[in-house]
Design a protein around this ligand. Structure first.
Ligand SMILES: Cc1cc2nc3c(=O)[nH]c(=O)nc-3n(C[C@H](O)[C@H](O)[C@H](O)COP(=O)(O)O)c2cc1C
Length: 458
């Protein structure tokens, strides 16, 4: 008999007061408004490592949610992903108080040049000793595009074309520019790096020109662990070619199952193993020692849900204004340049604004389980087993209480069932994910940019 599949867990947070569940920042236990303090992040990191989680994944947007009512006022009132600070800068502090926890940083291929971004990620990979991952996003907020000087957001599929070239530039910098033995650091020879072994990448493409060398010396993973979250047709094609982990949001198991199966099939088409990608699916939990206490807690949280903040977020994701909708009016699929897959999933005529405000309010784009530890563990196991996902991306309802409750109550229950690790694997984040070393495998497209020791392209 084969052992039951281990369930992976990432904590999902954002460097702002309201990430996904609007209104609960007002709960007396919430630490949401402490997001500006290092202690918030170091405490969170310690909790997640105590719970043997794979990592903390920090979402990010550059731009404000101004689709609802055509203004950013609602977002500002609810702290809905604004004010928002840089996700990368909190990582070194968290790394300093942990040993194994991974850090997934979201950054967009649409807003920053790959040359500068490559150095920032290499720096983090050095400082964390190979525990950093990158959530590759192409962005969806029109306001972000305008504030970096574009007249309008680049079209959805074209953003992925640009992202493809962005990745090629990064692979050349991370994998190809410095040979493994380029750093000599020999005081006797007065030689830090051997210039013969550091190569200009000479990239001259459609969107980017980068002639020179990478600024950082090779870090433990070189390329950070690559996460991605697009579920559109074009998004999944991109994932199959680049990603090692994906985030998927789905309100029903059959939707997730179809996306997981589709993605695994595309991996094979791209010459990779169907399990070369770990799938994390959005999930939230309200748990307490007894079912009655959990219900009580859920009711307390539910009373805090802020309808305006909720619709601010959903309008931004869907790319159209929900303000004119009646509570019970079914949503439609409104083609636009924002999140295509989310727009399709929730535009099938079965969802209303009331669902967002009353039901989905807790889970954002995924399910939400309430109950005692056994009931919640049952629901997580069931979700993982019916969908084929590898793990969950744990959305908080109240930060940091949702994570503390999960670690104290759900983790031991999953461990008892043999569905959760009892100790960390050794090595870098990539090692912990796949157990085959710190570097991308030779089957990944990045590998073609590696060099032989002699310096010729491999
Ligand atoms: C769990 C999850 C987390 C995401 N986090 C971010 C994020 O932090 N920043 C961002 O710009 N987009 C984020 N996205 C959105 C995706 O990058 C993408 O736009 C979305 O899934 C729609 O994909 P599509 O445009 O290929 O349909 C996230 C999506 C999911 C499912």
């Amino acid at each position: 008999m084969t052992a039951p599949r281990q369930i992976r867990v990432n904590a999902f947070d954002m460097n702002c007061p309201t990430h996904l569940v609007a209104g609960t920042w007002r709960d007396p236990e919430s630490r949401a408004s402490e997001y500006k303090d290092l202690a918030y992040w170091t405490d969170l990191a310690r909790t997640c490592e105590r719970g043997l989680m794979d990592g903390i994944f920090i979402a990010d947007v550059l731009g404000v949610y101004d689709v609802f009512g055509g203004s950013p006022d609602g977002a500002l009132r609810g702290g809905a992903q604004v004010p928002v600070n840089d996700p990368a800068l909190v990582v070194p502090a968290m790394a300093a108080v942990t040993e194994h926890l991974g850090f997934g940083i979201t950054a967009s291929t649409s807003f920053e040049h790959p040359y500068t971004f490559a150095r920032r990620m290499s720096t983090l990979d050095h400082l964390t000793k190979g525990r950093v991952g990158w959530n590759i996003v192409t962005s969806y907020l029109e306001s972000g595009a305008r504030n970096i000087g574009l007249d309008a957001q680049v079209r959805h599929d074209n953003r992925y074309d640009i992202a493809d070239e962005y990745m090629e530039v990064l692979y050349k910098l991370w994998e190809g520019s410095w040979e493994d033995d380029a750093v000599v650091a020999d005081p006797a020879r007065n030689l830090y790096a051997d210039p013969e072994k550091v190569h200009p990448i000479e990239h001259d493409g459609t969107y980017f020109k980068v002639p020179g060398i990478h600024l950082s010396e090779p870090s433990p993973q070189r390329t950070p662990l690559l996460y991605q979250a697009g579920q559109s047709n074009r998004g999944k094609r991109f994932a199959a070619e680049h990603a090692e982990a994906v985030f998927m949001g789905a309100p029903r198991p059959e939707i997730l199952r179809a996306n997981v199966d589709d993605l695994r099939g595309r991996l094979v088409d791209a010459g990779r193993d169907p399990h070369d990608i770990r799938v994390f699916s959005s999930f939230s939990v309200v748990v307490a020692p007894s079912a009655a206490e959990a219900e009580e807690k859920r009711e307390r949280y539910r009373a805090l849900i802020d309808p305006e903040g909720t619709l601010v977020l959903w309008s931004g994701w869907l790319g159209y204004d929900l303000e004119p909708y009646d509570l019970d009016e079914p949503l439609r699929h409104v083609p636009n340049e924002a999140m295509q897959s989310t727009n399709e999933i929730f535009g099938d005529g079965r969802w209303t604004v009331r669902d967002f405000v009353e039901g989905l309010g807790f889970g954002a784009d995924g399910p939400s389980a309430t109950g005692d530890p056994a009931a919640v563990a049952d629901q997580i196991e069931d979700w993982i087993d019916t969908t084929g996902a590898d793990g969950i991306n744990l959305n908080h309802v109240v930060t940091q209480q949702s994570y503390v409750d999960f670690v104290d109550l759900v983790v031991p229950e999953l461990q008892r069932r043999g569905r959760y690790r009892t100790t960390y694997e050794e090595g870098t984040l990539r090692d912990k994910f796949f157990g085959r070393g710190s570097r991308l495998p030779d089957t990944h497209r990045a590998a073609r940019h590696r060099r032989h020791p002699a310096g010729a392209p491999a």
